[in-house]
Write a new protein. Structure first.
Length: 129
């Protein structure tokens, strides 16, 4: 079942790619994640594509270099792309919105083709480019 989480994000955008059912506790986290991503969406005024949101533990195990303790398994992470905006610039924008208290502190990872953002509640930063 699909439904809107925010003005611009629906639940299906965050579904695990293997079709696994999203547990209720994960859905609660996804709702909070979507709220934070909506702040970014409103700020940049451009569509955000979710490459990866929730991952079932089984699906996560198939992802090369994915942590077995990934925030994606908890529904607290999304790998995102904003067309025409570099992953580094997306990360900088998220960082600024966190500093302004508009987005939740968490993990920001810069990759070659996407930016990882999660709402783990503590600061974590990395680059994989």
């Amino acid at each position: 079942m699909d439904f809107q989480l925010t003005n611009n994000f629906s639940k299906s955008e965050f579904d695990s790619k293997d079709g696994s059912t999203m547990p209720a506790d994960v859905l609660k986290n996804i709702q909070e994640l979507a709220k934070n991503l909506q702040v970014l969406r409103d700020f940049v005024g451009k569509k955000i594509t979710i490459n990866s949101g929730y991952r079932s533990p089984k699906y996560n195990a198939t992802i090369k270099n994915a942590s077995p303790k990934s925030q994606h398994i908890l529904g607290k992470a999304a790998d995102i792309v904003i067309q025409g905006v570099s992953p580094k610039k997306v990360a900088q924008t998220i960082e600024n919105l966190i500093k302004e208290g508009k987005m939740k502190q968490g993990g920001i990872g810069i990759y070659k083709t996407f930016t990882h953002y999660d709402i783990r509640g503590v600061k974590a930063r990395w680059q994989m480019v």
